[in-house]
Design a protein around this ligand. Structure first.
Ligand SMILES: Nc1nc2c([nH]c(=O)n2[C@@H]2O[C@H](COP(=O)(O)OP(=O)(O)OP(=O)(O)O)[C@@H](O)[C@H]2O)c(=O)[nH]1
Length: 138
């Protein structure tokens, strides 16, 4: 059987210089369970990347964000599937509505602090890029 390939969009949601990091709970796969990731998910047929990202972020966090530039694109092979992961810079003007509906925990961290978390394997190139990106510093 061919290995499934998913198109995944993720939001680097910025608010007052910090970035929203969300932790998955126990899932189908041990290698992504309890890992940190950026809110987002799979692009469904007929959706644009932007509309999928806006929908997923609202479903998962109740935040309504402004989606900005595409920040990084990568291909990652997990043992049972592969993803094209596209991360977009996003801004949340208000975070009072934040409510996690799928994740078990969240943290707002400054870019240089992101490395301290246990990220999904696919996310590390994005995390490293953010950590060294002076344009994201407050
Ligand atoms: N939203 C999001 N998903 C990511 C990131 N990094 C990463 O590997 N992924 C993976 O991309 C897939 C996103 O699909 P999804 O959000 O629709 O998750 P799902 O519940 O269907 O997946 P699951 O059942 O494997 O947990 C998941 O397998 C997730 O683990 C990330 O930064 N953000």
């Amino acid at each position: 059987m061919p290995i499934p390939h998913y198109d995944v969009v993720a939001g680097i949601i910025q608010h007052e210089g910090k970035i929203l990091c969300t932790q998955k709970g126990l899932g189908k796969h041990v290698y992504t369970s309890f890992k940190y990731e950026f809110p987002g998910g799979k692009v469904e047929p007929g959706e644009t990347a932007d509309s999928a990202l806006y929908r997923e972020i609202k479903e998962e966090t109740r935040l309504e964000v402004q989606i900005g530039n595409r920040y990084h694109v990568l291909l990652h092979d997990y043992p049972d599937f592969r993803i094209t992961l596209t991360a977009y810079l996003c801004r949340a003007a208000h975070i009072e509505t934040l409510k996690l509906t799928e994740h078990i925990h969240h943290q707002w961290l400054y870019p240089a602090q992101l490395r301290e978390l246990d990220w999904a394997a696919a996310d590390w190139p994005i995390v490293e890029k953010i950590s060294g990106d002076t344009s994201l510093r407050p």
